[in-house]
Ligand binder design. Structure first.
Ligand SMILES: [Mg+2]
Length: 372
């Protein structure tokens, strides 16, 4: 059954508490949801999220919708969903960049192709290797006492034993003290990582990393600006603690450059950054061949987008840093009638059909911006 129509919605979804990053504090999360429908009326759904308008990356939710509606949708209508490789190859020849837009469209087509066959989407990518994956929680309240309380609560519930701290905003030294206080409070019961979101220069990194390393922090994420490959390479060779590239690892080609120049010794995968599921697998293969560690990243997707990421990460042999697919736990509401399951510090990989999530159209309508 061929693709007959594609619809794209921009939604603003409420979250349970403000989520503070270096460049933006999220109080409401903007997501983009795509639906493709075949001639029988069967639907495939997918989601990408963005953080802070244009402050995290170049793709804004508004641009994703316009570029799909105007330039990508006409290229997919009339095509067989199972030929998603050829469809996306054709799209790539006519639409440059726009990785988030390509990611949500490819994922929606894959969801439809898998549903047409009654199989989970991961079966179209070699099948799943993992039934569940470790999942980190981000402590981002901005308050040391609250963060420690939250960490203890997560450990008690056996929900998370890996915590990430966003430390790119404000005084670097104070942020280091904040991290060390939390690490001391949780001790060996949890792993702690930090994400600087590009906010330091090399001098600041050299002042802060030794104390973080000494204090038992297990990974430093994107300490320097995305463009500073040379600085990242120097930090990688200077310190024992793993240096992870996130904002710098924006495509298959960029992951290759990072691997070649050792501008980081680990990579955060994200389906939206790579431009889709197929290219996420390619990025993972390059990292694997180069001996880089892998992390299953998030842009803070709700349950639908999290299922997309979880299913493709489940087909990757080794994710040395686990995942950070906690998105659904931060949202106040869900677009799907079923939930993502978390148990024993791990996210359970949803099973199909498709990505295994059933979309509630009324909820899409409720949170969609007017004009959608
Ligand atoms: Mg990051």
């Amino acid at each position: 059954m061929k693709i007959q129509a594609a619809e794209v919605f921009v939604l603003d979804m409420p979250i349970i508490r403000p989520h503070q990053l270096a460049m933006h504090t999220i109080t409401e999360q903007a997501i983009v949801v795509a639906c493709v429908r075949d001639t029988d009326g069967a639907e495939g759904w997918a989601e990408v999220a963005t953080i802070g308008g244009a402050s995290y990356g170049e793709s804004t939710p508004e641009a994703i919708k316009v570029n799909i509606d105007r330039y990508i949708s006409p290229l997919i209508i009339g095509k067989e969903p199972i030929a998603f490789g050829k469809i996306m190859d054709d799209v790539a020849r006519q639409v440059r960049g726009n990785h988030f837009a390509k990611a949500v469209i490819e994922s929606a087509i894959v969801d439809l192709a898998a549903r047409q066959r009654g199989i989970p989407a991961y079966e179209l990518f070699g099948g799943k290797i993992h039934d569940s994956l470790p999942v980190a929680w981000t402590l981002a309240s901005g308050d040391t006492g609250k963060d420690i309380e939250e960490a203890h609560e997560m450990l008690e519930k056996r929900r998370h034993n890996i915590f990430k701290l966003k430390i790119g905003k404000g005084d670097a030294q104070k942020n280091v003290e904040h991290v060390l206080a939390i690490k001391q409070a949780v001790g060996d019961s949890a792993r702690l990582t930090v994400d600087v979101n590009q906010a330091w220069d090399e001098d600041t990194a050299n002042r802060c990393i030794p104390a973080l390393e000494e204090g038992g922090v297990s990974m430093i994420e994107q300490p320097l600006p995305a463009w500073d490959h040379e600085g990242m390479a120097r930090l990688t060779s200077r310190y024992r603690v793993p240096i992870l590239a996130d904002e710098a690892a924006t495509s298959v080609q960029e992951v290759f450059k990072i691997a070649k120049h050792r501008a980081g010794n680990s990579i955060a995968l994200k389906v939206c950054k790579a431009g889709g599921l197929t290219d996420t697998k390619k990025a993972a293969a390059i990292a694997e061949a180069a001996g880089l560690g892998l992390y299953g990243g998030t842009m803070i997707e709700s349950s639908l987008g999290t299922a997309v990421c979880a299913q493709i990460y489940a087909t990757i042999p080794a994710l040395q840093f686990g995942t950070e697919l906690f998105g659904p736990l931060l949202f106040k509401d869900t677009l799907t009638t079923n939930d993502i399951k978390y148990e024993n510090f791990e996210i359970v990989i949803p099973d199909g059909p498709g990505f295994g999530m059933e979309v509630d159209r009324d909820k899409v309508k409720k949170y969609a911006r007017s004009g959608n």
